[in-house]
Design a protein around this ligand. Structure first.
Ligand code: SAM
Length: 356
């Protein structure tokens, strides 16, 4: 069933908190740019305000350069074999290998492989793809949030901001097509891609709803046992895929993205039952979209705490101090990835638990 809701009004929280601290930060960051950060920005084609932030995150400029070099290299693609369509993972792997593919198992995810070498037919055009034998990812990190969510067949899951459905279809697979998943996205075009992917992958436990994710508590009340918000973000972790990101986002855009993310995260928390788990993720390494968003939302919600993600992959800790601003210590339990350290997109994940 697909329900389409086109218009809605969303009230803003109106409180300052960590969001308030961000408003003055842009000017301060720009003032901290020096000859060396400007030289690096100009050499790699980034806006001036970005490099001092990377120095603040990574600690020194030589590592910043390593990361910028990694952003120049293409991402490795990966596939998640879909056991909702093919019971035997090896059947799909063998068929791809017969097409000339070289695959390497990703050790921390049960169903997924890195494409080491592409075969004769592009991965989005094989029979196996069209039959729903696998989901194709442009990187690897998108596999992390569903594992951190760890849904079971008896869960009621909300996947807020779900299109085109990489994580929805992964969640449905982990649940063996049982339980219920509500997948929400606001974009008409991306919603179409979500529906196509649900059908192609043989997903039967998902209700897809096109609406603004901030309306989820109004529509469902406090109903979900598990919740994922893979938030709309500026994509500061996937510059390999979109080099225009080097220059298209000014600091005020980050603040606007942060405010929207806080609203979506608060709505997602409200719709989750006490004792329920909420996973927040972005494909951005911007603390403004990551730790600041979580800090603001947990302060305003007042009934969630951060817990360590239970996943078999070593992540870097979340940031707890940024340009002299102290963030809650528990943010260190969030996880970060960087292209030069983890060989994948820059990504952020944070697991929250709602108090009983
Ligand atoms: N989780 C998806 C996946 O794994 O395929 C990717 C989600 S993408 C990072 C963010 C999504 O948020 C976009 O599809 C965008 O249309 C959606 N979005 C933006 N604002 C939204 C809102 N207010 N409510 C719901 N979805 C929104």
């Amino acid at each position: 069933m697909v329900i389409v809701i086109v218009r809605c009004v969303v009230a803003s929280s109106g409180k300052a908190g960590f969001s308030g601290l961000l408003k003055d930060l842009g000017g301060r960051i720009l003032r901290s740019a020096d000859h060396e950060t400007r030289r690096i920005a100009s050499r790699y084609g980034y806006l001036d305000y970005m490099i001092p932030r990377y120095r603040e995150i990574l600690g020194d400029l030589s590592e910043v350069v390593e990361m910028l070099e990694a952003f120049e290299k293409p991402l490795v693609k990966s596939v998640r074999i879909n056991t909702l369509r093919f019971r035997d993972i090896n059947e799909v792997v063998d068929r791809l290998e017969m097409l000339g593919y070289k695959l390497s198992k990703i050790p921390w995810e049960r169903f997924s492989y890195v494409i080491v070498e592409q075969g004769r037919v592009p991965p989005g055009a094989t029979h196996e793809f069209l039959l729903g034998g696998y989901y194709l990812y442009r990187g690897i990190a998108s596999l992390i949030p569903p594992i951190a969510l760890n849904p079971s067949p008896s869960d009621r899951v909300i996947d807020n901001a779900a299109a085109p459905g990489g994580k929805t279809t992964h969640i449905a697979q982990l649940m063996g097509n049982s339980g219920v998943v509500v997948a929400v996205d606001v974009s008409r075009e991306r919603f179409r891609a979500l529906r196509t992917n649900l059908e192609r992958m043989g997903v039967e436990n998902v209700l897809a709803l096109r609406t603004d994710g901030r309306r989820v508590p109004e529509l469902f009340g406090t109903y979900f046992t598990k919740a994922l918000l893979d938030a709309p973000c500026t994509g500061e972790g996937i510059i390999q895929l979109d080099p225009s990101r080097k220059t298209k986002t000014v600091f005020d855009d980050l603040v606007r993205a942060h405010l929207r993310q806080v609203q979506l995260l608060l709505a997602t928390i409200r719709a989750t039952v006490p004792g329920g788990r909420i996973v927040y993720s972005t494909c951005s390494i911007a603390p403004e979209e990551d730790e600041f968003t979580v800090a603001e939302a947990i302060e305003e919600a007042g009934n969630v705490r951060i817990v360590k993600p239970d996943i078999p992959l070593k992540l870097d800790p979340g940031i707890t101090e940024y340009f002299g601003i102290r963030l809650p210590e528990e943010l260190k339990y969030c996880g970060r990835t960087y292209p030069h350290r983890h060989g994948m997109e820059g990504f952020f994940v944070c697991v929250l638990e709602k108090e009983l």
